[in-house]
Structures are given as structure tokens and as C-alpha cells.
Design a protein around this ligand. Structure first.
Ligand code: PMP
Length: 339
């Protein structure tokens, strides 16, 4: 064995042993989380919220989830949930698409979330993860007659989820799956394997994020965010029939483009080549919020700098999320002042 082969075998051994230590201690799973979770109507220590390895969803991804954020405003000493009702209404639609029962109304789920954040003494930017899945220890692949479980967990929001100075994207070789294969208006756990492959393909090739095309070759969306392009005097974004998840941030961006910029958004199919000729582009989603798209397939978008309008939209949404929105104050639910 040569010196370099020995070093590479050693690195692989170290990596495996670290991964196994983390798996045994549970360190990787619990490190960023808060101590209290909500499971089927009660608040429990997060360790008690663990799922059986035999749970149906562990093998098949049979379930749906949501992701929402709450932003800490240091000056006001307040934590603001951004559109929690809209997220739980989408979860109800997802549950319905999967024909799964969700025992609580969207309003009740918002109240549980506020209570959960209080019990966790949350006073920082956090990510809230509700999950409804097939928890029954049932081997066959099916959706019906398997016990469900609903949980909410809270984790710290990564300080830098994505570079706000602008992302460089690769058009992935992995296509977005069509709605005829899995209901795409539902946020289904198992449907994230394709985006995960696309993200790794992009990142390992030196990009920040992947853009996915429909099977017909139109632009669909990024791995966990929607896309807007500016062409001439209007914005365009892939229409709901382009196999997108209809993002809540996408809806917010459409409203803000009208109200803050006084510009028009057209929902339509978007050709791949429009990515290479547009003047400005952005990604938007709960995790990325709004972020400028500055490069696609090693071609600059516009002049390769974050668009001026995108920067305005980013600032506006960030202020709204902190509870400093004017007309959009109703988008946030304060955690410590309410109730
Ligand atoms: N598309 C996909 C596939 C997503 O996972 C997300 C994140 N939920 C989005 C778009 C953006 O949706 P939202 O703005 O509701 O977070």
C-alpha cells in the first residue's frame, strides 16, 4: 500500500468511527435541538419523542412535515413566528392528500407551537418542525390502517443557512418528480430524496445549490425553495403546474413585488434558457428566506451581482420576520406577548 493509499484508508476509518460514535451517542441528532417536544397532545422531553426503527415511515417516508421559522428581535425581546397558520393550513392540505388524520385544527396547532416555544425558553432564531407520519410498526407498504403520530420539535436556526451575498446554482441532472408520481402540493417526507441527490451533486461540484427541471425540461424550483426571475419590466416564476411546492414565501414574495416594488409577477412555464438571459433572479423559502441568485451553470445572472430589487425584498421580509413590518404585521405571531 502506498503512502497516499494508507492516508486515505486512515481518513476513511476516522470518518467511519466518528459517524458511529455520533450514532451511538445520538449526538448528531440531538445537538442542535431544544429539550421539549410535542407528541400527540403532550409536551415531553425530546428523548421520549424518539421513533421506533420499525415505524413504517422510517423505511418508506410515509408522512408529511412542515418547516417554519421564528425570528428573535433583541430590541423588542420578542420571538416572532412567521405565518404559522399558513404552514399548518398547508399541513392540513398535505394530510388530506395523503388521507391521514390530523387531530388538531390549524389554530390549535399554532397555540401548541407558541406553548412549545415558551416551554423551551426559546429566545433566539429557531426552526419549528411539525411531522405527521405513519408510526405504526407495520411492515407492508401502504397508507391505510397504520397508526399515525404527530410531533413538533424545535431546533436552533443555523447562523448561516445559505450565503445571503448570493448563491451559485447548477441545473441538476436530477429532474423534479412529476405530480403524477407523488402529490407535490403535499410536503411529503419521502419526496425529498431527489432534492437531496440534486443538492449533493451541486455542492460536491462546487456550487451552492441545485435548480431542478421538470421531466419536460422547464424550470421547476430549487431543492427547498422557489425561484423568481426578472425579465424586462416583469417578474416570472414557474406556475403551480410546473411541479413546484407552492411555497408560503413564494406567496409573500409575490405580494411584496406588487406592494413594495410596484411591479408585476407572471406565473407561467419558464424555459431553462431564460435562466441564462434574465436580468435578476432570486430563491425564496422558509430556510433561505430571500437570497439573490447570482450565477447559473457558471454564467452570471445579469451583471453577476445581487439585484437591487432583490436586496430590497430581502430587507423588507427580514424586517417583517422581526415583527417590524408595516402592513404585513399580521404575518407574525409573537410568542412571549401573546396569550
Ligand atoms: N419547494 C420545496 C421543495 C420546499 O421544500 C420548500 C420549503 N418548504 C419550498 C419550495 C419553499 O416553501 P416555503 O416558502 O413554504 O418554505
Amino acid at each position: 500500500m502506498s503512502g497516499s493509499e494508507r492516508r486515505s484508508a486512515e481518513r476513511a476509518r476516522t470518518f467511519r468511527s466518528r459517524a458511529m460514535t455520533a450514532a451511538v451517542t445520538g449526538e448528531a441528532a440531538t445537538a442542535p435541538g431544544f429539550p421539549v417536544a410535542f407528541v400527540d397532545g403532550t409536551f415531553v422531553p425530546v428523548a421520549e419523542a424518539a421513533l421506533s426503527v420499525h415505524a413504517n415511515a422510517v423505511s418508506y417516508g410515509t408522512g408529511t412535515f412542515e418547516g417554519m421559522r421564528a425570528t428573535w428581535n433583541e430590541q423588542a425581546r420578542e420571538l416572532h413566528l412567521l405565518e404559522p397558520l399558513a404552514h399548518y393550513e398547508r399541513m392540513h392540505r398535505s394530510a388530506n392528500a395523503l388521507a391521514l388524520p390530523l387531530a388538531y385544527s390549524a389554530e390549535e396547532l399554532v397555540a401548541f407551537t407558541v406553548e412549545l416555544l415558551r416551554r423551551n425558553e426559546a429566545r433566539s432564531d429557531v426552526y419549528v418542525r411539525p411531522i405527521l407520519l405513519l408510526a405504526g410498526e407495520v411492515l407492508p407498504v401502504r397508507m391505510h390502517e397504520i397508526a399515525t403520530r404527530f410531533s413538533i420539535a424545535v431546533s436552533r436556526f443555523p447562523a448561516r443557512y445559505i450565503d445571503p451575498a448570493g448563491v451559485r446554482c447548477l441545473v441538476s441532472s436530477w429532474r423534479r418528480m412529476p405530480d403524477s408520481t407523488i402529490p407535490l402540493r403535499a410536503k411529503i417526507i419521502g419526496s425529498y430524496v431527489g432534492p437531496a441527490l440534486a443538492k449533493s451533486e451541486a455542492v460536491l461540484a462546487g456550487f451552492d445549490e441545485a435548480l431542478m427541471l421538470t421531466v419536460d425540461g422547464n424550470l421547476s424550483e430549487a431543492t427547498t425553495s422557489n425561484v423568481f426571475l426578472r425579465r424586462g419590466d416583469q417578474w416570472v416564476t414557474p406556475a403551480p403546474d410546473q411541479d413546484i411546492l407552492e411555497g408560503i414565501t413564494r406567496r409573500q414574495v409575490m405580494e411584496l413585488i406588487g406592494e413594495e416594488l410596484g411591479e408585476r409577477v407572471v406565473e407561467r412555464s419558464v424555459d431553462r434558457s431564460e435562466l441564462y438571459v434574465c436580468e435578476e433572479a432570486l430563491l425564496c423559502g422558509t430556510a433561505v428566506q430571500i437570497v439573490p441568485l447570482v450565477e447559473v451553470d457558471r454564467r452570471p445572472v445579469g451583471d453577476g451581482q445581487p439585484g437591487e430589487r432583490t436586496l430590497r425584498l430581502m430587507e423588507t421580509l427580514a424586517a417583517i420576520a422581526r415583527g417590524e413590518g408595516g402592513r404585513q404585521r399580521g404575518w407574525v405571531t409573537p410568542v412571549w406577548a401573546s396569550g
